[in-house]
Ligand binder design. Structure first.
Ligand code: ZN
Length: 439
């Protein structure tokens, strides 16, 4: 399919999804002559069951809401950077333990990750509700992860006692370091998501979306190596690494005319020399290379490397590069599941505001290559301040944010209830997933 450059990974994914199809739902569904699953297949009873469950969901959301609003405000007041979310991890796992969850710590060897499991954990299906809780340097929770993490907590607490009716294990997975380390990639690479039938989280935003269009992204540091010299007394003895950086940026600026739409190339100088009177012998930049499709990233890498090569030749310097974060893929759009989210937004009176623009990039894209994955958003701003701004950071403890905690948890809860109350939806969702991975 479209991800030629991660063939090995997609091959593993293919094998896994094949296994999911062969081993899991199909066998078990036909093995049951009566009981809840056959009840579900009869439309009327299935509707009644859903109403019952929906009422229970609403009741339990109300029950846990004050505790989770307090959690949000605590997280908002104690922002922690990627990989350092010790307070958040402790606060969240303590709440889960209090309400009967068992906690697995350090998932994928990540210090501040966790998985919460409730009850027997032996159902046919398995769902992962993902919680992020890292903050931004200087901006605190400018990406709203205190709110989105709290939404996931509330949804998991409320859904835990619906596991029997849904024949589905509901897990909450604490995924730290989204901003800097793309830790979900570590989890994906270590097989954490191999057995899940669905993964979901809801992100905060300045608009309401049922699907987040995410750029695939590669992040590199490019280093240029020159030769130091006195900048006035003997510049002819030097080779200027900062000049190489300038040419590199200029070449990338020109390259932008000739790459596919939905490409983004941008970066910063992280080392531009040490003193004005010394020819810089070392200079480095960090570059983000983004595309709407993972499959275009390798070509972009080749083109950007050529920009570096040309800049180095022209300045008599040398260059190398290193990857500073795992590749994040785009978020595969599961049409069936996104349609269900559309219904839910309509039922809850949330106006969808999809103008086709991109939301950014996230490590959740890689999860979407493992199982059907959803990342809807809710607006918590009054003035449309975008995420990663002070304006957005100012919104995370407002009444609107508190309301979004209940609303967001309801969205996640309804998505899981609707899909796992319907064998037809489960089947269609899995077919969508397989068609994207295979074709
Ligand atoms: Zn975020």
């Amino acid at each position: 399919m479209k991800m030629s450059q991660i063939n090995n990974k997609s091959q593993q994914i293919n094998d896994k999804s094949q296994q999911i199809l062969l081993d899991r739902p199909s066998g078990k569904l036909s093995d049951r002559p009566s009981g809840k699953l056959s009840d579900r297949l009869s439309g009327k009873l299935s509707d009644r069951l859903s109403d019952n469950l929906l009422d229970r969901l609403s009741g339990r959301l109300q029950e846990f809401l004050p505790e989770i609003i307090a959690l949000n405000d605590y997280l908002a007041n104690h922002p922690e950077l990627s990989g350092e979310e010790y307070l958040a991890c402790k606060a969240m796992t303590n709440i889960l333990k209090t309400h009967g969850f068992q906690i697995e710590e350090k998932i994928a060897n990540l210090e501040t990750s966790f998985r919460g499991i409730y009850g027997a954990n032996n159902h046919t299906y398995k769902v992962a509700i993902l919680a992020e809780y890292d903050a931004l340097k200087d901006l605190g929770h400018g990406c709203g992860h205190c709110v989105s993490g709290s939404i996931s907590m509330l949804a998991a607490l409320a859904l835990a006692q619906c596991q029997e009716e849904l024949d589905t294990d509901i897990h909450i997975i604490g995924t730290p370091g989204e901003e800097l380390y793309a830790s979900k990639c570590d989890m994906v690479n270590l097989g954490v998501f191999d057995d899940y039938d669905l993964a979901i989280m809801l992100h905060l935003n300045n608009k309401n979306l049922i699907h987040s269009k995410l750029y695939a992204i590669d992040t590199f540091q490019y280093n240029f190596h020159g030769k130091a010299a006195h900048a006035a007394a003997a510049p002819w003895e030097g080779a200027n690494a900062l000049n190489a950086v300038q040419l590199f940026f200029h070449a990338m600026d020109m390259l932008r005319q000739h790459v596919l739409p939905d490409t983004k190339l941008h970066g910063i100088i992280v080392n531009g020399g040490s003193a004005a009177n010394i020819v810089p012998d070392e200079a480095s930049v960090e570059i983000n290379i983004r595309s709407g499709e993972t499959s275009y990233l390798d070509e972009l890498n080749r083109l950007v490397d050529d920009c570096a090569r040309g800049a180095a030749i022209a300045t008599q310097t040398t260059w190398d590069k290193s990857r500073t974060s795992d590749r994040n893929c785009e978020l595969l759009k599961n049409e069936t599941g996104v349609q269900v989210l559309g219904e839910i937004y309509r039922e809850l009176g949330i106006q969808v505001e999809d103008d086709g623009s991109f939301f950014g990039s996230s490590d959740i894209g890689n999860v979407s290559y493992k199982c059907p994955t959803f990342h809807p958003t809710l607006n918590i701003t009054e003035d449309r301040s975008p995420i990663h701004t002070q304006g957005f950071a100012n919104c995370v403890k407002t009444k609107k944010a508190h309301q979004a905690i209940e609303l967001g948890a309801k969205v996640i809860g309804m998505q899981i209830l609707k899909i796992f109350s319907s064998d037809e939806l489960i089947k269609k969702m899995k077919e969508d997933f397989n068609s994207m991975i295979y074709e």
